[in-house]
Design a protein around this ligand. Structure first.
Ligand SMILES: [Zn+2]
Ligand SMILES: [Zn+2]
Length: 305
């Protein structure tokens, strides 16, 4: 999987950065498919400057209904439709997301021709397609807001084809069944159990994408031992009171949350528009003092998960 940041600015865009949207490409499907997390205004313009194709977007997860996280939806949806995309799309988000999308489309006499499903979520499991499970956790923000935990299911280990050959088991279609750990009956009457020929199962990747939030105890569970944690860092360490009073976190608070949760890496994003590139070294240093495995996202940054 890969994270592509389409916007890293909090509240309003700046000259260098757009408002929040993050794409998660799903390497496991091999289809170029991806999911979008939040969709600030101008997200479709950012996508045009990236390799992301509208038709490959399968799901959109919205953390909360603040404008800098959803104002890009109507344009993105209608452009996807006008581009002739017929693939279905599902939007997940807090209560109100359905009314927002349906109202903006109907008041502007707009519509989409692809199948669009809008699912209003609460905390708990959001979806599970058999390959990836997504669950939502409540954030501490000024309106209802969620963070998403994304977990790949573990995959069966590698089939020991050399050992099968050494034991005189011929290659054939049944290798696919053995790979899944199933038992196969060969033509000569032998029963072969796939489990006996599989290496250790391959642990699925996990990541946590936080919505806007002040420090919250939910962080430790949402991001427990994840490979990658994406957390907002709206303001610098010395502005904690201002950040927290508006339901946001500082660099140091995000880094502390990553440390407490046992995350392997932290990617900081959602910086106030007051910061430009010249400030990024300072913000990064504040994070790394607490949690060395921190990286700062810029617009169009790509991180392998
Ligand atoms: Zn925001
Ligand atoms: Zn917000």
């Amino acid at each position: 999987m890969e994270l592509l940041f389409l916007g890293t600015c909090a509240g309003t865009p700046s000259r260098e950065r757009n408002v929040t949207a993050i794409a998660l490409t799903l390497g496991n499907s091999g289809s170029g498919g991806y999911w979008l997390f939040d969709c600030g205004e101008g997200t479709q313009h950012q996508m045009m400057r990236s390799p992301l194709k509208p038709g490959k977007m399968e799901k959109i997860f919205i953390t909360h209904l603040h404008g800098d996280h959803i104002f890009g939806l109507p344009g993105l949806l209608t452009s996807r439709s006008m581009g002739g995309v017929t693939e279905p799309l599902t939007i997940y988000g807090p209560v109100g997301i359905k009314a927002f999308v349906e109202t903006t489309l109907s008041l502007s006499a707009s519509y989409v021709t692809f199948p669009l499903e809008i699912v209003e979520i609460t905390a708990g499991e959001v979806c599970d397609d058999g390959q990836i499970r997504v669950s939502a956790w409540p954030m501490s923000h000024v309106i209802e807001c969620y963070g998403y935990r994304i977990e790949q299911h573990d995959k069966p280990g590698v089939l020991d084809a050399a050992r099968l050959k050494a034991e005189g088991i011929p290659a054939g279609n049944w290798f696919q069944q053995l790979k899944r750990g199933e038992t196969v009956l060969l033509a000569d009457g032998r029963e072969v159990c796939g489990q006996d020929y599989l290496g250790p199962s391959i642990k699925g990747k996990s990541l946590a994408i936080f919505g806007d939030t002040a420090p919250t105890p939910a962080a430790s569970e949402l991001a427990a031992n994840v490979d990658v944690m994406v957390h907002e860092t709206t303001l610098e360490a010395s502005m904690a009171e201002k950040a927290n009073s508006r339901g946001h976190s500082t660099t140091v608070q995000a880094a502390t949350a990553a440390k407490l949760a046992g995350a392997k890496r932290l990617i900081a994003t959602h910086f106030s528009a007051r910061y430009d590139f010249a400030d990024s070294e300072r913000l990064l240093a504040e994070c790394r003092e607490i949690f060395p495995a921190t990286e700062l996202a810029r617009d169009f940054s790509v991180f392998k998960v």
